[in-house]
Design a protein around this ligand. Structure first.
Ligand SMILES: [Zn+2]
Length: 333
């Protein structure tokens, strides 16, 4: 059983540099990514062949899987199984992936799924630009844009579906072409948020709002999943009944409204923070991991420097996402 290729390509692999490796004995290695990371773990050869730690060290420098396995003397079948195990655990990773994504790999965000993912970026204001930049950097395969603010790019992974996120036809196209949509706005743009809510309910796909409300960043929850809430559920529960409607109406009535939608450029220190939270949550979803935004919204209050994570429930009789449920006197309950 020699010359078995675990992968059809001849890429070189190397130990993920984001991990600290601690060799406890020849059959056991501790993989450590920080003291609290859930991806820190122990790898053990249950067959006790006494070569697992030596074998892993074959990829201390970049070599192919075949070259690496030849650096250790043992039965071919045993080596084959252990190499397969190590590659599945993504401890040696392909060198091209390692260059920019070692850290994401180490967090369990396997790049294969991210590379084939298609993510929609829709919104008003300035936030779509850093979100697009972060998604491209993370290796997302395709980005469907519907925003007026994102500068033209040469990157062929970016497709422009439209420039006005208040237009349902452009939103329909983004929803149908993507696995997930990120929707961002520099101020609570309820008109857009409710519009995309109905488009996404129709499409049956998830979406994540990333909204600046004054000096507070609000990201999540994941909306539009089968069991989760929609934007109408979220708005009804916001601060136990404080909906965003009043601030939105105030924005519309403000003196600047006469000159078009209020644009307030955000400093990069803020827009990058919003984009980072939104991008990481999208990567968790397309990588098939459970997301920190499932049924939860994260709020980052920049005035008080306070981060809170609050539960958002699906309303059993939400008129937007739970139609066909028997009537009750209270419209939502
Ligand atoms: Zn709902």
């Amino acid at each position: 059983m020699t010359n078995i290729h675990y992968n059809p390509d001849d890429r070189k692999y190397v130990i993920n540099p984001a991990f600290n490796l601690i060799r406890t004995n020849p059959d056991t290695i501790v993989i450590n990514l920080g003291s609290r990371s859930p991806t820190s773990r122990q790898l053990t050869d249950s067959g006790r062949h006494g070569i697992l730690a030596d074998l892993l060290e074959s990829w201390a420098a970049p070599v192919t899987l075949d070259q690496g396995r030849r650096l250790v003397n043992a039965d071919d079948d045993v080596i084959n199984e252990l190499v397969k195990f190590l590659v599945q655990e993504e401890v040696p990773i392909p060198v091209p992936e390692m260059e920019s994504h070692a850290f994401l790999y180490a967090m369990g965000l396997e790049s294969g799924r991210i590379k084939v993912s298609s993510i929609g970026v829709v919104g008003t204001g300035t936030l779509c630009t850093p979100i697009t930049r972060h998604l491209l950097d993370a290796g997302v395969g395709k980005i469907w844009l519907c925003s007026d603010g994102v500068p033209a790019t040469e990157d062929e992974r970016v497709v422009r579906a439209g420039t006005d996120p208040h237009e349902s036809s452009a939103l329909d196209q983004v929803a149908s072409e993507t696995d997930l949509v990120l929707c961002s706005t520099d101020t609570p743009d309820l008109e857009m948020l409710f519009r995309i809510n109905s488009v996404m309910i129709q499409s049956g796909k998830p979406w994540i709002p990333a909204v600046m409300d004054g000096a507070e960043i609000q990201v999540g929850p994941i909306l539009g999943t089968d069991s989760g809430p929609c934007y109408n559920c979220l708005d009804a529960q916001d601060e136990a009944g404080r909906t965003q409607l009043l601030p939105f109406l105030a924005h519309k009535a403000a003196v600047f409204a006469k000159a078009g939608f209020i644009k307030r450029p955000l400093p990069q220190v803020v827009s990058d923070m919003v984009a980072a939270w939104a991008t990481l949550s999208a990567l968790h979803i397309v990588a098939g991991l459970s997301s920190f935004l499932s049924d939860y919204r994260v709020r980052i209050d920049l005035d008080r420097f306070e981060v809170t994570r609050e539960r958002i429930l699906c309303l059993p009789r939400c008129p937007a996402c739970r139609t066909g449920v028997a009537d009750y006197r209270h419209p939502f309950l």
